[in-house]
Design a protein around this ligand. Structure first.
Ligand code: FES
Ligand code: MG
Length: 569
């Protein structure tokens, strides 16, 4: 077979010698590299991103696998999207990483790529990039981090942090306790150990067929994690030899498999945006209506925080994604090709142990359906999302007066004010926190419960925003309201005291407002002025699509079938 990279390495005139001299400069002999496929290894190891600290060792294991299978591994660095430190949100840079992956593949002599992924946005960004590049690709993830313990209890990433923060704010635990929790919580390399966005997206990558079966849940510090990296390196070479491309794997049917798994694990709401964005790169139709349909018809099987009780290591010990897929078998398209080169059904033939307290059996699910709800109404004409599994049942049908925060800063300044006019019936609204508004759609949607209510023992109220929330958060929190306030969506015109009605069963989000009053408010409205006159944030705000379209850039989505073709340099 003639590889794409041969255009460089076996090139005519000065191109061949110049290209070969790069490999010779690495100290390699032509006997080692001539005629072999070149496999890139995308590595976002960074001290700015604790989740990816294991990638140095993993990259070495991938190289071992690539060499053993007869390929040439070339590791390259990419921007690292560290969820904890990047402000206002790593989401602002998801599309940038996607572009970086696509353009690196386009510009360099690579025949295929192994993508080291982990922290939230990395997984969708890489899949978006390789979907557009459509060169053979495989993901392997960092794996969930070890759970620290405090007072004998395991600490769930994010979920327990928010929980203890509320206890600290209301004086139930003291400063010393709070510091001790911080120390125990910092448990080293790996991704969040709850069913947050990182775990959701890596499990969905496996369900889509882009990660080796059984590898998404292996803990970060297990030796099996390195073995998975080695195997992924091997597979990358075989993918190139078979010429199996992402577009052949990520089909509509594969996305339907991912939706089934998404609902069965009661995954993070962020995955709604990410899956739509990935599908959009391939012109695979995927809409909010699909998410609602699948939520209504898929049983919830996984008992993991924040919707349930357990952590990722328990999920792995219970058989991981493979055991879950086996339970869902009759709802899946088993013929879908995966990076194994075989149909998904083949991978499900091995038996895996299932612990019914972690992965519930099909005939006795945690809940028969309803992992999330897509809400519509005059407050969200293009939809909004509610993770029903973490919402309070008594608020599923609720009508109450709005209490509006105009910006995130406004919310922070007033939320704990004893004079805040808030009751258990209030509907908290946060606006100008969307993709265009900030820009970057940060995870500000989980508005903290006002201290005044916490002290009354009230733990949840309805909250609405054009923002996102961390996959590790919980509450009756309506997110991704589209269109967002900054582009003139309805949220922009809500005032304190307006009645807002939520009906989850009917999938409705209704704002009681008279037409003439709305027209008056619209006439007075001025769009918020962006602070960004230049640079990447300006590019982002000018081109980002709304959440119902995946928040990709308009110019990155192929408008026609012809745009799907990857144009070489
Ligand atoms: Fe990186 Fe949660 S912060 S995975
Ligand atoms: Mg997160």
């Amino acid at each position: 077979m003639v590889w794409r990279s041969a255009e460089w390495f076996a090139g005519r005139d000065e191109l061949g010698p110049q290209s070969r001299s790069v490999l010779r400069s690495l100290g390699w002999t032509p006997e080692f590299f001539t005629g072999k496929p070149v496999i890139g290894i995308a590595n976002s190891w960074s001290e700015l991103n604790n989740c990816h600290l294991g990638f140095k060792l993993m990259a070495e294991a991938v190289k071992r696998g690539v060499i053993a299978a007869g390929g040439v591994p070339l590791e390259f660095n990419t921007i690292s999207l560290g969820e904890e430190l990047m402000k206002p949100s790593a989401m602002l840079y998801r599309n940038l990483l996607a572009m970086e992956i696509e353009e690196t593949l386009r510009a360099y002599p690579l025949d295929g790529v192994v993508l080291l992924t982990g922290c939230d946005k990395t997984t969708p960004a890489q899949l978006m990039g390789v979907a557009s590049a459509n060169l053979p690709a495989i993901q392997v993830c960092a794996g969930p981090k070890r759970a620290g313990r405090w007072r004998g209890q395991e600490l769930g990433s994010g979920t327990d942090l928010w929980h203890y923060l509320d206890e600290y704010r209301t004086g139930k635990i003291n400063k010393q306790d709070w510091h001790a929790i911080e120390e125990m919580y910092s448990s080293g390399m790996g991704t969040c150990n709850t069913m947050g966005t990182a775990s959701t997206m890596t499990v969905l990558s496996e369900a889509l067929g882009m990660m080796l079966p059984g590898t998404a849940t292996i803990p970060a510090t297990n030796a099996q994690r390195l073995a998975a990296a080695e195997l992924s390196g091997r597979r990358a070479v075989e993918l190139v030899q078979k010429d199996l491309r992402p577009a052949q794997i990520m089909t509509r049917e594969a996305f339907e498999n991912a939706l089934r798994v998404f609902m069965a694990i009661a995954g993070s709401t962020n995955a709604v945006i990410h899956l739509i964005a990935i599908a959009g790169r391939l012109r695979v139709p995927l809409t909010l209506a699909d998410f609602d349909d699948f939520a209504r018809t898929t049983p919830i099987l996984l008992n993991l925080q924040p919707s349930g009780e357990k952590l990722m290591a328990d999920f792995d010990a219970a058989g991981g994604t493979l055991a879950l897929l086996q339970e869902l078998r009759d709802l899946l398209h088993l013929e879908c090709l995966t990076v194994t080169g075989e149909p998904l059904g083949e991978s499900l033939k091995v038996s895996t142990y299932a612990d019914p307290t972690v992965i519930y059996p099909r005939d006795k699910p945690l809940a028969p359906a309803g992992a999330l709800a897509v809400l519509r109404g005059n407050l969200a004409p293009h939809g909004a999302i509610l993770r029903t599994t973490t919402a309070s049942a008594h608020l599923h049908k609720h009508c109450g007066p709005a209490l509006v925060f105009d910006t995130y800063e406004d919310m922070l300044a007033r939320i704990d004010d004893p004079a805040l006019p808030v009751t258990a019936d209030s509907v908290l609204v946060l606006r100008n926190a969307g993709a265009v508004g900030v820009p970057g759609l940060p995870e500000w949607g989980s508005i903290p419960i006002p201290k005044k209510l916490l002290l009354q023992g009230i733990k949840d109220v309805v909250r609405i925003s054009d923002s996102r929330m961390s996959g590790t958060s919980s509450g009756t929190i309506i997110l991704h309201v589209a269109p967002e306030a900054a582009v003139g969506g309805p949220l922009a015109f809500v005032k304190d005291g307006d009645l807002i009605e939520l009906d989850v069963e009917e999938r409705q989000l209704i704002w009681h407002i008279a037409e003439h009053e709305l027209a008056k408010r619209q006439a007075q409205w001025q769009p918020p002025r962006s602070r960004h006159g230049r640079g990447y944030p300006r590019l982002y705000a000018e081109h980002v699509l709304q959440p119902d379209q995946g928040c990709d850039f308009d110019f990155l989505r192929p408008a026609t079938q012809a745009d799907l073709t990857f144009v070489p340099p």
